[in-house]
Design a protein around this ligand. Structure first.
Ligand SMILES: Cc1cc2nc3c(=O)[nH]c(=O)nc-3n(C[C@H](O)[C@H](O)[C@H](O)COP(=O)(O)O)c2cc1C
Length: 224
């Protein structure tokens, strides 16, 4: 099916059962360069904005990168951070085949950053209090529900996506690369495109291992 009509079909049918989307949404980094329709991108961002935000400020700003030159600027930042990260991560995970595969995928993404059809930078506008910690948490906490909505909507549309932060290692350089004003903070980057591979279930810790009842350490569901 030609890309435009595939996008049109996907754009009108995001009706995947929620549980299936949640169970199979994962970091998909190897993406095709095929175009992704504007209408679909806007729909994903609209669904992202259905998320909660601190004091319902809805202070999100989404910068959609399509221009190769701008993607290159962010891609360069990503590669610089990845060069350092990969050296450390490969050493730490020397005997962990799964982790090595993930680093390979991150490497692929770094090598092909400019070819990814759409890169969305999720930002927050406004004052970022550094103290007390809860104020900073509430500020940054406002972006992640929206990003997760976007990731789930992308999954339902059949698009591959991942939440990444490596390109934002320097907020000064990232702001400069994107032309952001001082009061708009880049928080998360979501490269988006049609996946090269397949989706699969994610591997996560068993639910009983992360649940504590009434007090920390009381884990009656452990092992489940
Ligand atoms: C706050 C945050 C930052 C992340 N930064 C990066 C990143 O810079 N590069 C990257 O490839 N993945 C990044 N990830 C994705 C994680 O590596 C990924 O969610 C995790 O490995 C689980 O992958 P899976 O959903 O495919 O199982 C980030 C995830 C989160 C939540």
């Amino acid at each position: 099916m030609p890309e435009t009509s595939r996008a049109a079909v996907d754009s009108s049918s995001l009706s995947m059962p929620l549980e299936e989307a949640m169970r199979t949404q994962r970091a998909v980094r190897r993406l095709k360069p095929d175009p992704v329709d504007d209408a679909l991108v806007l729909r994903l961002i609209e669904l992202a904005t259905k998320a909660p935000s601190g004091s319902n400020q809805q202070n999100w700003e989404f910068v959609v990168l399509r221009d190769r030159a701008v993607k290159q600027r962010l891609g360069r930042l990503n590669r610089r951070a990845f060069a350092l990260y990969s050296r450390i991560a490969r050493r730490v995970a020397a005997r962990d085949a799964k982790m090595q595969r993930m680093i390979d995928a991150v490497q692929w993404q770094a090598d092909h950053f400019e070819d990814i059809p759409v890169v969305i930078v999720a930002c927050l506008r406004g004052f970022r209090p550094a103290f007390p910690p809860i104020a900073a948490t509430s500020f940054y906490g406002s972006i992640y529900p929206a990003v997760q909505n976007l990731l789930l909507a992308a999954r339902a549309a059949g698009l591959g996506a991942a939440l990444i932060t490596l390109p934002l290692w320097s907020s000064v350089l990232a702001r400069r690369a994107l032309g952001l004003p001082w009061n708009v903070a880049p928080c998360a980057v979501i490269p988006l495109g049609w996946p090269r591979g397949r989706y699969g279930p994610t591997t996560r810790r068993p639910v009983g291992d992360v649940v504590h009842v009434d007090r920390y350490g009381n884990q009656p569901f452990r092992g489940r």
